[in-house]
Design a protein around this ligand. Structure first.
Ligand SMILES: Nc1ccn([C@@H]2O[C@H](COP(=O)(O)OP(=O)(O)OP(=O)(O)O)[C@@H](O)[C@H]2O)c(=O)n1
Ligand SMILES: C[C@](O)(CO)[C@H](O)COP(=O)(O)O
Length: 406
């Protein structure tokens, strides 16, 4: 029996070379969340018209993305699969993941295109069901020229018939599978690699229909695209919140936590496993640094503390990764329209030496919160042998956080 909903393949397995960041661009923070979180959330918010969502990811990002999916409660909607070396290989993996699920329609979408709206998706699904395919597109605004490798103009096509192609691109699932099979046969004889799925369908002899896209549905490709995307999101959030706020409000929060050091436990600080003869004792992984940071964030937002949100009487949180709970805290304050400006924290520990692990802690924390590494400052200090930290009985952490409303 065919499944009426439209399946979605989100391709996010690229390397983002043109972005020039030190990681896959889809993981970069955009207005509080990683780019890919916007894309996933966008499809989940569309509702029942969307069926299975396959997220095709780079092998280096699988663990992080599974954490993001689980942390957001999306595990029943999103399946994670490993991508390939070209975009077409990644789409192929996505199609394979949908095999046998009975879908008639599949939408392929770039993970790096987070700003689509539910109405754009609805428009494209409607058009595909009417015409057999729908490729989001917008008329080009600039004059386009073809030029030789020496930069000499060879042709100026009439702009009237030119469109900038976006995603989603929606096709009949069986037809797209067949088109990809045909591509397999001719791939090695062609010098050109298709850059979108419409091209794969065109090569297989299908008519491809355009649907009206959206100039705001940009693909984040180079650094200035991040600025444009931030501005678009700022505009959307300002519209939503305009009735509630006239000016920006800043709030500070303070977090403090202590845990006992005992033998037989792993020492985890800032999400980093640190080799040491003892570890911190607690209901969760007892990451004292992340606990202080979470309390500071919740405190600044006026939302209590971690005990209120994740009580240690709840077995769900036994042994849980504090990094996962940090992601949840970010979502809680984000729902209240708070944005983290900066975090400053200090771990108080006599031993071991923490300096070699600080950079990794900063990376973990900024990724979990969807902010930039420069917004997170982590320090460590001893107490010169004084008190419980000085004798090695335990460790403490202090954190301050500044939040700003959107
Ligand atoms: N082997 C690949 C290559 C690209 N993509 C995805 O296809 C989308 C559009 O591609 P592009 O913007 O070119 O992304 P990158 O390949 O990451 O960027 P670049 O070409 O700058 O390296 C992105 O969401 C990207 O993650 C993919 O899933 N698998
Ligand atoms: C599919 C696409 O987004 C249409 O604009 C685009 O072709 C994919 O990105 P790439 O940079 O061309 O690989």
């Amino acid at each position: 029996m065919s499944n009426e909903a439209t399946a979605v393949i989100i391709v996010a397995a690229g390397q983002g070379k043109r972005m020039g960041a030190n990681k896959n661009k889809v993981l970069l923070p955009l207005y509080l969340k990683p780019i890919i979180a916007w894309t996933l959330e966008g499809f989940i918010q569309v509702g029942q018209e969307i069926g299975s969502i396959v997220l095709v990811a780079h092998k280096d990002d699988l663990a992080y993305l599974q954490g993001l999916i689980d942390g957001n409660g999306w595990a029943n909607r999103v399946e994670l699969v490993e991508g390939g070396s070209e975009r077409i290989d990644s789409v192929q993996r996505g199609l394979e993941a949908l095999e046998g699920k009975g879908y008639q329609w599949v939408a392929v979408h770039d993970g790096a295109r987070p700003l689509f709206t539910p109405s754009l998706i609805a428009r494209c699904i409607e058009k595909a069901k009417l015409k057999g395919s729908a490729v989001a597109s917008v008329p080009v605004k600039d004059t386009i020229k073809e030029a030789s490798s020496e930069g000499v103009v060879t042709r100026t096509p009439d702009r009237k018939g030119l469109y900038a192609i976006q995603t989603p691109q929606i096709f009949s699932y069986p037809e797209l599978v067949q088109a990809y099979k045909k591509l397999e046969e001719i791939k090695n004889t062609s010098e050109v690699i298709p850059t979108d799925d419409a091209m794969v369908m065109e090569w297989a002899g299908h008519s491809v229909f355009l649907a009206l896209g959206d100039y705001e549905n940009i693909k984040i490709t180079t650094p200035e695209d991040l600025l444009i995307a931030e501005a678009i999101l700022q505009k959307r959030h300002d519209l939503v919140g305009a009735d509630r706020r006239i000016s920006k409000e800043n709030r500070v929060g303070l977090g403090y936590d202590v845990h006992r050091l005992v033998a037989g436990r792993d020492l985890i600080l800032g999400g980093v496993h640190i080799p040491y003869e003892k570890g911190l004792l607690g209901h969760s992984d007892a990451d004292v640094l992340l606990h202080a940071i979470k309390d500071a964030i919740l405190g600044a937002a006026g939302l209590g503390d971690i005990g209120r949100h994740f009580p240690d009487s709840d077995e769900t949180y036994k042994g849980i990764s504090s990094l996962l709970l940090l992601q949840k805290v970010a979502q809680i304050v984000e729902k209240e329209q708070w944005q983290i400006q900066n975090i400053d924290a200090t771990v108080v520990a006599q031993r071991p030496k923490l300096a070699p692990y600080i950079a990794e802690m900063v990376k973990n924390i900024s990724e979990a919160l969807g902010i930039k590494e420069g917004q997170v400052n982590i320090k460590a200090t001893t107490t010169e042998g004084l008190g419980f930290a000085g004798t090695g009985e335990g460790m403490a952490a202090y954190a301050t956080v500044l939040l700003q409303n959107r």
